[in-house]
Write a protein that binds this ligand. Structure first.
Ligand SMILES: Cc1cc2nc3c(=O)[nH]c(=O)nc-3n(C[C@H](O)[C@H](O)[C@H](O)COP(=O)(O)O)c2cc1C
Length: 214
């Protein structure tokens, strides 16, 4: 089983709740299935560029114009994406670790997603066949921490919606969320308890992932 772990958090693990949840998740998974192939991408070490006009042309012009020939600069605009897409397309399971920032994913995670979701690379798109995934990812696990608490369907939560809709678009529908909510101790007396519940949930999801036959 190949797992790609993408982490968008600049803090060291001892200060980061989402990274501690990731440690609990991978600790359990590796205990149960030591043979997993794990590739780690720390986005603060492998910073994605913002989506550019050159990348837009290189990715989308071929969809609408068969005769399009990319310029050298347009070809080079794919450099970051190509490296990450290779890891993405080799993975069976994608794990995303991040805090909630301003109700959404950290901008560095959004920039990575913009680099990954490219036609002709991670999905195909046509009038006849619609959108078809070109990857092997069967499941996504989100490991998230937030200061506040957001009930299901709370429309302030743009984080899980962003990930769900973005990846459902390319055919990944099985998405687990482990979420340490209410982590601001100024507003929630039970922040430690909420964290412990999330750590436990992370090990339970790891047990489920370990059972996937691949
Ligand atoms: C820049 C910034 C923006 C934040 N925005 C939100 C927010 O919109 N909603 C929320 O509930 N918490 C917000 N928080 C709080 C974090 O989500 C919370 O502290 C979380 O536990 C951080 O996870 P970490 O310890 O893994 O970094 C924000 C924190 C920072 C630093």
């Amino acid at each position: 089983m190949n797992i790609l772990h993408v982490c968008a958090n600049p803090k060291p693990t001892e200060e980061s709740i989402s990274k501690q949840i990731a440690s609990a998740f991978f600790g359990k998974l590796i205990e149960l299935k030591p043979e997993v192939e794990l590739v780690n991408v720390d986005l603060y070490d492998e910073k994605p560029p913002f989506y550019s006009y050159d990348l837009y042309k290189r990715a989308w012009y071929p969809v609408f114009n068969e005769g399009y020939e990319p310029s050298k600069v347009e070809e080079m605009s794919l450099n970051y994406a190509t490296g990450q897409i290779e890891k993405f397309n080799a993975a069976d399971v994608l794990v995303l670790t991040m805090p909630m920032w301003n109700y959404s994913v950290p901008a560095i995670m959004k920039a990575w997603i913009d680099q990954i979701l490219l036609p002709g690379h991670t999905f195909s798109i046509s009038k006849e066949d619609g959108v078809q995934g070109l990857h092997n990812i069967k499941r996504i696990v989100m490991l998230v921490s937030s200061g506040g608490i957001y009930k299901e369907d709370d429309d302030r939560d743009a984080l899980t919606r962003q990930i769900r809709h973005g990846f459902e678009f390319i055919g990944i529908n099985e998405i687990d969320v482990v979420w340490a909510e209410g982590q601001n101790p100024l507003f929630f007396d039970n922040s430690e308890e909420n964290k412990a519940v999330a750590m436990e949930a992370a090990t339970e999801v790891a047990e489920e992932i370990a059972e996937i036959e691949l």
